[in-house]
Ligand binder design. Structure first.
Ligand code: FMN
Length: 318
């Protein structure tokens, strides 16, 4: 059994957090992660309603779960924070912006707070805001992310705080999990390894595409956000599988901002699940995701393989 400050604080069987992934991780995926002893999280974005939050958070029942919110969305959507507090999760992450304005409300409700950090300035801001868990999210991650790689970022964050630091971005095997635990992380925050799980809200076609994709097939781009006229702050592009749309528009965002036809195409493609035009967010570890497996099995296997890898470490010492 792997014990860390994270497992102790949240009474987990394994230090694995199922990353919040808007459009993929609803209550069923979160519950499947928690069933394996991890902590599954429901991802909430600006296109969601308070009713969606209540509905999805009811699914895990007595299992522990978390909710992932976006700071830049909350500024205009206090209803999402209120619905989250009402659902009584064990952990709420407030990422992509200043968590400061929201920590007090969550702490007053007895809810622990996490924040994904991508820079040293983010770490200082999260610590000043009294965040309980910091998530060093490297740019290998799927979805929106910063510009620094997981391992150097993790090592630097660990020098800046004594609070539990969880590693995110590119961790998809027990060996990878063992590596960041040995480096000092209190746990892992995995998203891409869960993209082919049947409990996800994503479509079977999207899951099939994830299973077929290679690790070299991703692109870090703002093109999908610009096309959809989303107010995503510029410093967080999104890592997605490259497709016809990104091959046409990545690097031409200024032009795209004025092309209403291209914009319409992406909005329509999201509705019709046209994966050559719509974004399919996935990280660099996508090449390791080759089978459709329950999230419970993914977390169990990750944990068993990490235990095996950690047990082998003493053999390295002369
Ligand atoms: C499809 C997808 C959607 C995501 N949506 C969110 C989100 O709603 N909120 C959030 O904080 N992070 C989101 N992320 C980022 C994840 O929380 C996490 O940082 C990332 O998946 C970890 O790296 P990995 O994909 O290499 O495992 C998303 C990631 C993916 C792949």
């Amino acid at each position: 059994m792997i014990r860390t400050p994270l497992t102790r604080r949240f009474e987990l069987g394994t230090p694995v957090i199922g990353a919040p992934m808007a459009g993929v991780s609803g209550g069923a995926l979160a519950a499947a992660v928690s069933r394996a002893g991890g902590l599954g999280m429901v991802g909430v974005a600006g296109n969601h309603t308070a009713a969606f939050v209540a509905e999805q958070c009811a699914i895990p029942g007595r299992l522990p779960f978390g909710v992932g919110l976006m700071a830049w969305v909350l500024a205009d959507r206090p209803d999402l924070l209120a619905a989250t507090v009402a659902a009584r999760p064990a952990l709420v992450s407030v990422s992509f912006g200043d968590p400061g304005p929201y920590v007090g409300t969550l702490h007053d409700a007895g809810i622990a707070v996490a924040a994904q950090v991508n820079t040293v300035a983010d770490v200082h801001r999260a610590v000043a805001a009294d965040v309980d868990v910091l998530v060093a999210q490297g740019s290998e991650a799927g979805g929106h992310t910063g510009h620094r790689a997981t391992l150097p970022l993790l090592q630097e964050v660990l020098t800046l705080t004594d609070r539990p630091v969880v590693a995110a971005g590119g961790i998809a095997t027990g060996r990878g999990m063992a590596a960041v635990l040995a480096a000092g992380a209190a746990g892992v925050w995995v998203g891409t390894p869960l993209l082919a799980c049947p409990e996800g809200l994503n479509s079977p076609a999207a899951r099939a595409r994830v299973r077929a994709a290679a690790g070299e097939d991703t692109v870090l781009t703002r093109a999908f956000d610009v096309a959809q006229r989303l107010a995503w702050p510029e410093r967080w592009p999104g890592r997605a599988l490259a497709n016809e749309f990104s091959r046409t528009w990545h690097g031409r965002e200024a032009e795209l901002a004025h092309d209403d036809l291209a914009s319409q195409r992406v909005v329509e493609a999201r509705r019709s699940d046209d994966l050559e035009q719509a974004p399919l967010y996935a990280g660099e570890s996508v090449g390791l995701v080759t089978e459709e497996r329950s999230a419970t099995d993914v977390v169990r296997m990750l944990t068993e393989d990490a235990e095996r890898a950690l047990r082998a470490v003493p053999d390295l010492l002369a």
